[in-house]
Ligand binder design. Structure first.
Ligand SMILES: C[S@@+](CC[C@H](N)C(=O)[O-])C[C@H]1O[C@@H](n2cnc3c(N)ncnc32)[C@H](O)[C@@H]1O
Length: 214
């Protein structure tokens, strides 16, 4: 794991403390709500397989395990060193550590713009993280997502809708920022009382069009 060049900040300390106190602070390993939401997110992805995914804010790695099954490589990142340790352990337990690398990234500044060989991500997963960002930070994350997306790649965003103390932006605003980004086309919008799920691509074709039967 890349130990990070990012100095600790109050937000990192907040999440570190949460994970130190409880390895599963949002009960993502226990709640049917979370299991179902992960299944919906995975089912929403337009491609069966991905080459290289980026999952910032990977938390304790529960979604990372599912992504590792769909992707040749996953770069899982988080602001919290504690979260990264939990995620690494979870991937090892699941037998998927081989195709997942971990990095301590604070968005937006640590977004991995230049990958070795100029490689771009064909899947970017923004799950339950963007409401912690200011509008300016989110705008940079959207810009990086667009610039770092391989042709035909997918951006998926999924966010809880209810108010909570640490929220900086509404989920509606977060998803609108991706919707309004030049060069992105929405392929899917799933709306529930509890969360929004959206998928965008730089390729407007539907899944059937991509498979050549529509
Ligand atoms: C609610 S958890 C979501 C975990 C996982 N993505 C999921 O959907 O279950 C939010 C995670 O985002 C991380 N995080 C919050 N702000 C961040 C930032 N600016 N950069 C990187 N990670 C951040 C936190 O440390 C935490 O692990």
């Amino acid at each position: 794991m890349n130990a990070s060049t990012t100095p600790d900040d109050p937000r990192g300390a907040y999440f570190d403390q949460l994970y130190r106190h409880d390895a599963d602070p949002w009960l993502v390993r226990q709640r049917w709500y979370e299991e179902r939401k992960r299944a919906l997110l995975l089912a929403s992805l337009p491609q069966q397989r991905y080459r290289h995914a980026y999952e910032p804010g990977c938390g304790n790695g529960e979604l990372t395990v599912d992504l590792a099954r769909r992707c040749e490589r996953v770069l899982a990142a988080d602001l919290s060193a504690e979260a990264l340790q939990l995620a690494q352990r979870r991937l090892e337990q699941a037998g998927h550590a081989g195709n997942v690398s971990f990095a301590r990234h604070r968005l937006p500044q640590d977004w991995p713009r230049i990958l070795p060989g100029g490689d771009k991500f064909d899947l970017i997963v923004i799950s339950e993280i963007a409401y912690y960002l200011s509008p300016e930070e989110l705008a940079r994350v959207v810009e990086h997502s667009v610039a770092g997306l391989a042709p035909g790649g997918s951006i998926v965003a999924c966010h809880w809708r209810a108010p909570f103390a640490q929220r900086i932006q509404s989920t509606v605003r977060v998803h609108a920022a991706f919707q309004d980004a030049p060069g992105l086309h929405r392929l899917l919008r799933h709306e529930e009382t509890d969360f929004l799920l959206g998928v965008w691509s730089n390729d407007a074709r539907s899944v059937a069009q991509r498979e050549g039967f529509a």
